[in-house]
Design a protein. Structure first.
Length: 435
């Protein structure tokens, strides 16, 4: 339960631990030094009191009674003074636990002059020592104890030292957490479709070693993915030739039900091979050169192509944006989304939005059956199809959304799916801001 009050970030926890430890260590050091200073100052003060009282009482005792009053201002100190009277009535001091100054006075003159101590309460509590001089006249020593004075600059120094401790703690935590933060950011940015800048390998030995390890890991992952995609592309490409030869041979067969089934199977195989090649090529979407595109004209052209072929696709909204993008990759993403809408709903509605921050959002809407909530994230996986029948004529190859996701990442865009409240699916592509 106690650990639930801890900060959530590692930097805050380390800063709290370091700063608390330093403050405690500094506090103990200051307390020990202050206590030693207090002891020394008290010893010096009581020693001076003992010497001064002994000298002053001896002087007053030897002076003629008529001259004593004129000497009292010279013998008065900040915390005690002398009076030529019997003093004020008060409560007898408990000599089992006397004040330290009373013990010093007792040691200074107690052997020559009998003393009695009384305490006097009030706004400023003090005590008096009563005695009789050699000629029988009374003398009272009025003592107002005061704490050992503390220099006025000491609190300022304490605050400055705490500020230095806080600054050093912040610097140490930043130096310790910085490499870890950069490492986490580098790992988070690892993508198969775009090269990630290497970490700086300069700095302390441990930091440089971790940076080299992450850079090497990034290179190995990139090589591994590139090799797998090249293998997939090569296999898919090479399969097209034997499939084409098989289709030519099927064409020469006599018309029959078995020939039609075989032709249908070859069509499915050819479609799957082409989709595999497209998916492999989508991994290289970031290699396409960027250029400035008038987004409204681009979308008009895309929608008109569908409408010219008799497809129920319409466009709503204008962005007025000039985008730096990869047009072929963007067209393939939108085409895949529109094709999915046409396949499952028979129509597609492309909606353009622009938020106050300048971000352009393209929504592909349909009135189809939608997708179960638990499968919205799964459909971006290669070869994943929602339909349990696994029928390629309706379910497809399972690569269309995977290709769209890969290309959207290459564009620096964000592709998400959600079910519409009125029914159907909304595929939302969030692009960067335009001019």
């Amino acid at each position: 339960m106690a650990f639930s009050l801890w900060p959530r970030t590692l930097a805050a926890r380390l800063a709290l631990i370091f700063f608390t430890g330093l403050v405690l260590a500094y506090g103990l050091s200051f307390a020990s030094q202050f206590y030693e200073r207090y002891q020394t100052g008290r010893s010096v003060m009581l020693g001076n009191l003992e010497s001064d009282v002994g000298t002053a009482v001896a002087l007053i005792d030897r002076l003629p009674a008529a001259e004593r009053a004129s000497w009292l201002p010279l013998l008065e100190r900040r915390n005690y003074r002398y009076r030529l009277d019997a003093g004020e009535p008060g409560e007898p001091m408990d000599m089992a636990h006397p004040h330290m100054a009373a013990l010093s006075i007792q040691r200074a003159i107690g052997e020559r002059f009998p003393l009695s101590f009384v305490t006097l309460p009030g706004p400023r509590p003090h005590f008096q020592a009563h005695l009789r001089l050699s000629d029988g006249n009374p003398l009272t020593l009025d003592v107002t104890p005061a704490p050992i004075p503390v220099a006025s600059w000491l609190p300022v120094v304490l605050l400055l030292q705490l500020a230095v401790l806080l600054a050093c703690t912040w610097l140490a935590v930043r130096m310790a957490i910085g490499p870890l933060t950069r490492l986490a950011r580098a790992v988070d940015q690892l993508t198969p479709d775009a090269p990630t800048p290497h970490l700086d390998e300069n700095g302390p030995r441990e930091v440089a070693y971790a940076a080299r390890a992450v850079n090497a890991l990034q290179g190995r992952i990139g090589d591994y993915l590139k090799e797998r995609m090249q293998l997939l592309a090569a296999i898919s490409h090479d399969l097209q030739t034997p499939i084409t030869r098989m289709k030519l041979r099927v064409e020469q067969m006599d018309a029959s039900l078995e020939r039609d089934r075989l032709w249908s199977d070859l069509d499915e195989m050819q479609h799957l091979v082409r989709e595999g090649v497209a998916y492999a090529r989508s991994m290289d979407g970031a290699s396409e050169a960027q250029c400035r595109v008038d987004l409204d004209a681009f979308l008009d052209s895309l929608v008109f192509d569908y409408q010219d072929s008799g497809q129920a696709v319409n466009l709503q909204g204008r962005s007025g944006a000039q985008l730096e993008t990869r047009p072929h990759a963007l067209r393939r993403v939108l085409s895949n989304l529109i094709d999915n809408a046409l396949k499952f709903a028979g129509s597609a509605h492309l909606e353009v939005e622009r938020d106050p921050n300048g971000c352009v959002c393209l929504n592909v809407l349909d009135d189809g059956p939608g997708i179960a909530e638990e499968e919205l994230g799964e459909v971006f996986k290669p070869f994943y199809r929602v339909e349990s029948s696994r029928n390629r004529s309706t379910g497809g190859t399972g690569l269309g959304l995977a290709i769209a996701q890969q290309l959207s990442q290459a564009l620096g865009a964000r592709l998400t799916l959600s079910n519409r409240a009125s029914g159907g699916l909304c595929a939302r592509l969030e692009l960067g801001g335009g001019v």
